[in-house]
Design a protein around this ligand. Structure first.
Ligand code: ZN
Length: 544
């Protein structure tokens, strides 16, 4: 329908196959590890046309949360795009213990695929995600005419949003600095991707210095630059600006260092623009979908903790990157012709040591130590029996073969063992709650509390036999610098949801919404089916 471009009035009188009022393009933006409060914390330093364009001209949900554990990147991206929780879409972690292979499996690894664009490291597909995504539904409703592309530094940040049927999903290869894909999507890289890689942008970004965008003494929203709670880079004795990337890359993993700098976000934005042009997204009357995930925010956040000047600088630079990206969309798709949503895959905890030093409850949980001491404890009751197969930061997988024998002859009773393990865990410092699978079965999936979060994150074929939650502020994290996420507490669950553009009202709301409400909202906006496993509800207050 190219003539419509020349004669736009014809669109009004022709019988539309697809609604003329619908967006030509939906752009989904996920900012990895972004708390809702960052929008306020950095607001005075943001420009008018990045985050604040969405806040002031779009609709801002101030009270949106993840409604399950674990709050991690894989489950987060899957839940945003499927409109449901791990209990249904099956992405129960970034990786999880697989009882069949007795190894940890990654949420997007697929041994039936091969890397395209690099030697290895890209055997990826969304096959473990059990629900359709909003992007799949857009494909299904248009007889595959809609175009869908996913882009991220992380493979899971591209593969899960793009769904099962996209035109492409691309992620960054830390070994060669290129954007790559897998045979699930393409047998060879499209020409526009090869051309993009030929520009060697990762190399250019890593040959510059990372200094603060503004004079460092203006970063009053953050802790002092030289803080004991921030991780140190190899080759630097203090965690302070400037970072001479050209020097530091030699000791910090060469191309893989890019993700730990704000320029990882720049590369993703550069590639998103190239994808839009290369795949002609947003150019006809059939709605296309570009899913973009920015994850340098997560890498810097883990290393430095949420109060670091480094994190603030990544956000101030991302604000500029977003401004340029929206200007590009105005030009290429047309202002008012596209719809954007921006959210995050999870928040982050404070550095526990920082909280401890302030006398706020917090601590460090050691799964390996707990596994060893729990094993010893069980040996007293069941000598020479190996009852534990795997202990993670929030789950215990029992060695089921130890219980499969005749209980009278083996002497191991599952209920007795479960009770012993539960009591042991409850006496362990930092453990708040313990749930066996039989107790979880009695919890309603609409339970709003932490227990409900555990149930909504539980998919029995992939989860352990005994699950537990740590106390607020407690993390399974290796050192006294940096931080992580994964809990069902508000610092990990409370994230921004912003909608902007075609079909979206201007305003804000403090009403509670779950992350699973984004996908059905898009279904209503696009007049298409809800994703197959959808358990969320459309956010009606934002729709025109
Ligand atoms: Zn993370």
């Amino acid at each position: 329908m190219k003539t419509l471009k020349l004669l736009p009035f014809l669109a009004l009188i022709s019988g539309p196959l697809f609604s003329q009022n619908q967006p030509k393009l939906v752009v989904g933006i996920v900012v990895d590890q972004m708390r809702q409060e960052y929008l306020y914390r950095y607001e005075s330093k943001f420009g008018e046309n990045g985050f604040k364009r969405l806040m002031n001209e779009g609709f801002m949900l101030k009270n949106a949360h993840y409604n399950y554990v674990p709050t991690e990147t894989g489950p987060g991206h899957a839940s945003i795009y499927t409109g449901t929780t791990p209990s249904i879409h099956g992405i129960v972690g970034n990786d999880w213990y697989d009882r069949t292979s007795k190894t940890n499996v990654n949420c997007v690894s697929d041994e039936n695929q091969k890397t395209v664009g690099a030697e290895a490291g890209g055997a990826v597909s969304p096959w473990r995600m059990l629900s359709t995504t909003i992007t799949d539904e857009l494909k299904l409703s248009t007889q595959q005419r809609a175009k869908v592309v996913g882009v991220s530094i992380k493979d899971r940040g591209a593969a899960l949003p793009a769904g099962h049927t996209p035109d492409g999903a691309y992620w960054y290869d830390g070994r060669n600095g290129n954007m790559i894909t897998s045979t699930y999507y393409k047998q060879k890289l499209p020409d526009w991707v090869t051309k993009f890689n030929g520009q060697k942008l990762a190399d250019k970004y890593l040959n510059q210095e990372w200094n603060t965008l503004l004079p460092v003494n203006q970063y009053v929203e953050s802790a002092p630059d030289d803080s004991p709670y921030e991780g140190r880079w190899k080759g630097k004795n203090k965690p302070v600006f400037p970072y001479n990337l050209a020097e530091l890359r030699k000791q910090m993993g060469e191309f893989s260092l890019l993700a730990m700098t704000p320029f990882g976000n720049n590369l993703v934005a550069d590639f998103a623009k190239a994808a839009l042009l290369g795949e002609n997204l947003g150019k006809d009357d059939i709605t296309d979908f570009l899913a973009v995930s920015f994850s340098s925010t997560d890498a810097v956040g883990h290393a430095m903790g949420p109060d670091a000047v480094e994190v603030e600088d990544v956000y101030l630079r991302l604000d500029k990157t977003l401004e340029e990206f929206f200007t590009f969309l105005d030009k290429e798709v047309g202002k008012g012709a596209y719809t954007v949503f921006l959210t995050s895959d999870h928040g982050v905890a404070h550095v526990p040591q920082y909280l401890k030093d302030l006398r706020i409850p917090a601590g460090y949980f050691r799964p390996a130590y707990v596994k060893a001491t729990l094993n010893e404890h069980l040996q007293k009751y069941f000598p020479n029996k190996l009852l534990l197969e795997e202990v993670t930061s929030d789950q215990i997988y029992l060695n089921q073969s130890a219980f499969s024998e005749d209980p009278k002859s083996s002497g191991v009773d599952l209920l007795v063992a479960t009770e012993l393990i539960t009591n042991f865990l409850l006496s362990t410092e930092g453990v708040a709650q313990v749930y066996s699978t039989s107790t979880l079965r009695q919890v309603s999936t609409s339970d709003p509390g932490i227990r409900g979060n555990v149930v909504r994150g539980f998919y029995s074929k992939r989860c352990g036999d005994i699950l537990f939650a740590l106390e607020p502020g407690w993390l399974a994290w290796g050192g006294v610098t940096g931080s992580t996420h994964g809990s069902g507490y508000s610092y990990d669950t409370h994230i921004p949801i912003l909608f902007y553009g075609n079909g979206i009202k201007k305003g804000s709301s403090s009403q509670y919404h779950a992350i699973t409400d984004i996908a059905p909202t898009l279904s209503v906006l696009l007049k298409i089916k809800f994703p197959s496993g959808c358990s969320g509800q459309p956010i009606t207050e934002i729709l025109d």
